[in-house]
Design a protein around this ligand. Structure first.
Ligand code: F6P
Ligand code: MN
Length: 344
């Protein structure tokens, strides 16, 4: 089996980018260890702090954020960092050519139940050279199409990395003995058809009509218009749900909802939706907001949220066909309904 280093050599990447991928991979090995040791390392539970998005930070959110931030800061190829757990962008090295956006611990509410979590990353190029102290959020606001290396690490029964540099999607599995990532799936492809979907059904009454109609058809099974039974899975960590979609197909969505009028979308564009959309497209699937391709969105700020529908191409098309021809402004139930507390 090829090691990550051997695989990257075959890709003729800029050596600085290759080095940056190693930094991310090496840091994920340390994160994997902290996650695996759980209570033994005293890393479980919440802190008193909230992130910029008003979500309570878990201890591991902060620990993993610091690990990635420090490691990337030490890499001379890194010009700046944007993280889910940092209010503002962080400036790194003046000579750096790359910008890294990351969610250090996606699905972190799963950590206290010993369930799936992961790290998601997206790398962009610095489009211009600016003096130290002059890096701004503006430099990060590039569409997902401009990504140059993106992926995730999944801390599950195995620690895995999914990576794309624009030449398909590869899965690597961490050999815990040698601490090497080994190439275990090359040119991952998503089956175009599926009978599996992933959505948080508890929000159903708050979705827009197109999504309500689409899911309603799936739930009718063999006696409905789709004439087949569908199964549902929900890991509550995007990284786990997208890994399943890449592995065996499916449709994953976190759609617009009207539960909280100030927060109609949950997933973040720059470090959740964009890297996952690129992976999915690179594996032959599709990713949309319902009305536009995720990778074409011009970001307006680093913590921007968007609706996400991604996965098996034919199934995404069927979901999108419900969104065509109006109805999009049509809300679900009234907002006064009681809602469960939101988890990160
Ligand atoms: O990062 C946000 C996130 O944790 C995703 O990883 C996941 O898909 C989603 O939120 C889970 O949302 P909910 O708590 O509504 O199930
Ligand atoms: Mn997340």
């Amino acid at each position: 089996m090829q090691t990550l280093a051997q695989y990257l050599q075959t890709q003729s990447l800029n050596p600085a980018l290759e080095n940056l991928i190693f930094t991310l991979a090496d840091t994920s090995k340390a994160i994997s260890l902290a996650v695996r040791n759980g209570a033994l390392a005293g890393v479980l539970g919440a802190t008193e702090q909230e992130n910029v998005q008003g979500e309570t930070q878990k201890k591991l959110d902060i620990i993993t954020n610091d690990m990635l931030k420090n490691a990337l800061h030490d890499n001379l190829a890194v010009r700046g960092i944007a993280s889910e757990e940092e209010d503002n962008i962080v400036e790194a090295n003046s000579e750096g050519q790359y910008l890294v956006c990351f969610d250090p611990l996606d699905g972190s509410s799963n950590i206290d139940i010993n369930s799936l979590v992961g790290t998601i990353f997206s790398t962009l190029s610095m489009q211009e050279k600016v003096p130290q102290g002059e890096l701004s959020e503006q430099h990060f606001l590039q569409s997902g199409r401009k990504q140059i290396a993106s992926g995730y690490m999944l801390y599950g029964p195995s620690t895995m990395m999914a990576l794309t540099t624009g030449q398909g999607v590869q899965f690597f599995t961490l050999d815990h003995k040698t601490q090497e990532y080994l190439l275990t799936n090359e040119k991952v492809t998503i089956t175009p058809d599926t009978s599996e979907f992933a959505i948080n059904m508890s929000n159903q009454r708050f979705w827009e009509k197109p999504m309500q109609n689409y899911i309603d058809e799936l739930l009718q099974g063999a006696i409905g218009p789709r004439e087949k039974a569908f199964n549902m899975r929900w890991i509550a960590a995007m990284v786990g749900d997208v890994h399943r979609v890449l592995s065996r197909g499916g449709l994953f969505t976190y759609p617009t909802d009207h539960k909280n009028p100030n927060k109609p979308y949950k997933l973040r564009l720059m470090y959740e939706a964009n890297p996952m959309a690129w992976l999915v497209e690179q594996a032959g699937g599709k990713a949309s907001t319902g009305y536009e391709n995720i990778l074409d969105i011009q970001p307006s700020h680093i913590h921007q949220r968007v609706p996400v529908i991604l996965g098996s191409s034919n199934e995404v098309d069927i979901c999108l066909s419900h969104h065509q021809g109006g109805n999009q402004g049509d809300n679900g139930d009234e907002l006064s309904d009681q809602v469960a507390p939101s988890l990160v």
